[in-house]
Design a protein around this ligand. Structure first.
Ligand SMILES: Nc1ncnc2c1ncn2[C@@H]1O[C@H](COP(=O)(O)OP(=O)(O)O)[C@@H](O)[C@H]1O
Ligand SMILES: [Mg+2]
Length: 481
């Protein structure tokens, strides 16, 4: 049975971008319907229309066969259609419980007690607990993603839309999420699962719809197809490079939170020019703290950090960047972008920063550079004057990467640089990282084994704040299969 149907949906944004061209899409009860396509294909837009966040330019929305008039979020919720957005919607400074109570007020006029009761029922079904008193900012991405889903489930959806829920998750966290999706499915909830990773779609989708540049290519049953997944594991292909100067030296670094939890325990390593040093392991084992310390965003408890022999203690992020260090943060959408301004201004910020004459370069030249970068990275739409706000999540991420990788850093600190990118762009970014190694060094922090094994000259495994050298990555590969 078709629960909901979108018929001939056309969506033209006020800036003239056609995000959906006469798309048909439907959802059946109890299925997982995967919606796939490259960044900018119009997936988010189509689902925002279904969930009432955007109005279609033309087209029809049906619920159980009935045509819906003046569709909006309230009506969508009333009909059990709930969307979990690509960006986290929780307030980091509030506790989990406070976040869950926040949206309930409007609906039920309830407070704590009812929320807790409902949560308790949900937890029994889902088989995990959310730590009610913790601040959201202290949760791992996996937990934050689960919290988003729990928040959505509080509304008792019949159709749950998950917009790229795995973009920020590690492999283990993805597995956990899939289990939750299976449980929901077995209870008759229809799930729309947006993704651009074929592997995931193959695993979780019952039906698959492909969008390309706003146009629906086709919808098919998974059982009809054999999936060809590009990119097999590729080990030991690093070309030989000559080790240069020692750039980064970290010695006996400790970090303990004010609450007493120790996030980094006696961490020591160094990065030379000409090498890519990898830190592999599931997120939440100290990676975030380490990177934030290196970038001057967090003060360490004890130890020493040097860049080219100079003590880095007390330097600001701006100082550190000026020394020739580029930084691609894990959560690119939160800390990496000035959401202000136009795409071209953001793109050339890195170049301007590292050139003495940055301020003297004419806007015309800067725009030309921006255009070149946009083409290289496949940033869509290809309009340098577009406002950052109008970009899709994947394209925002490409802007950050283009900015950081094009500034000719002496050292690049890249935290999950390809997380959430489509296959083509991920491959391009990896080739850029390899290029940087020719005259600089790279510290690559990633929970993606394929990426680590493909790129790194030297690998450490990070676990509970400790760093262990890894001689042979194949042991990890075996344990994953
Ligand atoms: N609010 C908006 N205003 C203008 N253009 C937008 C807006 N949101 C998305 N777009 C554009 O619409 C196209 C489709 O975006 P989106 O639906 O986010 O794609 P996807 O989710 O498949 O990556 C992109 O070109 C994007 O830049
Ligand atoms: Mg999207």
């Amino acid at each position: 049975m078709k629960l909901v149907e979108l018929e001939n949906i056309l969506k033209v944004y006020p800036n003239g971008i056609v995000a959906n061209r006469y798309v048909n899409f439907d959802v059946r009860a109890g299925e997982v319907h995967a919606l796939v396509g490259d960044n900018g294909a119009g997936k988010t837009t189509l689902m925002k229309i279904l969930a009432g966040f955007e109005c279609p330019t033309s087209g029809v929305i049906r619920v159980e066969g009935r045509v819906m008039k003046r569709w909006n979020v309230r009506k969508a919720l009333h009909n059990g259609i709930v969307m979990v957005h690509q960006h986290f919607s929780t307030v980091p400074s509030l506790s989990v419980l406070e976040n869950l109570i926040l949206p309930m007020r409007g609906y039920f006029g309830t407070a704590r007690k009812q929320v807790i009761k409902k949560l308790w029922e949900l937890e029994k079904i889902l088989g995990f607990q959310v730590p009610l008193d913790m601040k959201v900012s202290e949760l791992s991405y996996g937990m934050r993603q689960k919290l988003e889903i729990v928040k959505a489930l509080m509304m008792e959806p019949r159709v749950l839309i998950l917009d790229e829920p795995t973009a920020l998750l590690s492999q283990d966290e993805v597995m956990n999420l899939f289990e939750v999706v299976e449980i929901l499915k077995s209870r008759g909830v229809a799930v729309v699962f947006i993704s651009h990773k074929l592997k995931e779609v193959e695993k979780i989708g019952d039906r698959v719809t492909i969008l390309d540049k706003g146009v629906k290519v086709e919808t098919f049953e998974k059982s009809e197809r054999v999936f060809l997944v590009p990119g097999t594991l590729n080990t030991g292909t690093c070309e030989h490079t000559v080790l240069g100067e020692e750039l980064l030296k970290v010695q006996e670094l400790w970090y303990t939170y004010p609450c007493g939890r120790t996030a980094l325990k006696n961490v020591s390593f160094s990065v030379h020019a000409g090498e890519i040093v990898g830190i592999y392991g599931p997120e939440g084992n100290g990676q975030k703290e380490l990177v934030e310390i290196l970038m001057g965003l967090r003060k360490y408890t004890s130890g020493r950090v040097e860049f080219r022999g100079k003590d880095m203690r007390g330097l600001s992020t701006a100082d550190i960047r000026r020394m020739g260090i580029s930084y691609v943060p894990d959560n690119k959408l939160e800390v990496g972008t000035a959401m202000k301004g136009k795409v071209w201004e953001n793109l050339v910020a890195g170049i301007v920063r590292t050139t003495e004459f940055g301020r003297l370069i004419s806007p015309r030249t800067l725009r030309r550079w921006a255009r070149e970068l946009m083409e290289l990275y496949g940033i869509f739409p290809d309009d340098p004057d577009a406002s950052m706000y109008t970009l899709s999540g994947g394209n925002l991420q490409k802007v950050i990467l283009a900015r950081e990788l094009s500034s000719h850093p002496m050292l690049l600190i890249a935290h999950s640089p390809t997380k959430g990118l489509d296959f083509r762009t991920a491959r391009f970014v990896r080739s850029k990282i390899r290029e940087i190694r020719h005259d600089g060094g790279v510290l690559l922090i990633s929970s993606d084994l394929e990426e680590i094994s493909e790129l790194c000259d030297k690998v450490y495994f990070m676990s509970r704040g400790e760093l262990h050298p890894v001689e042979d990555l194949s042991s990890f590969e075996l344990s994953r299969v």
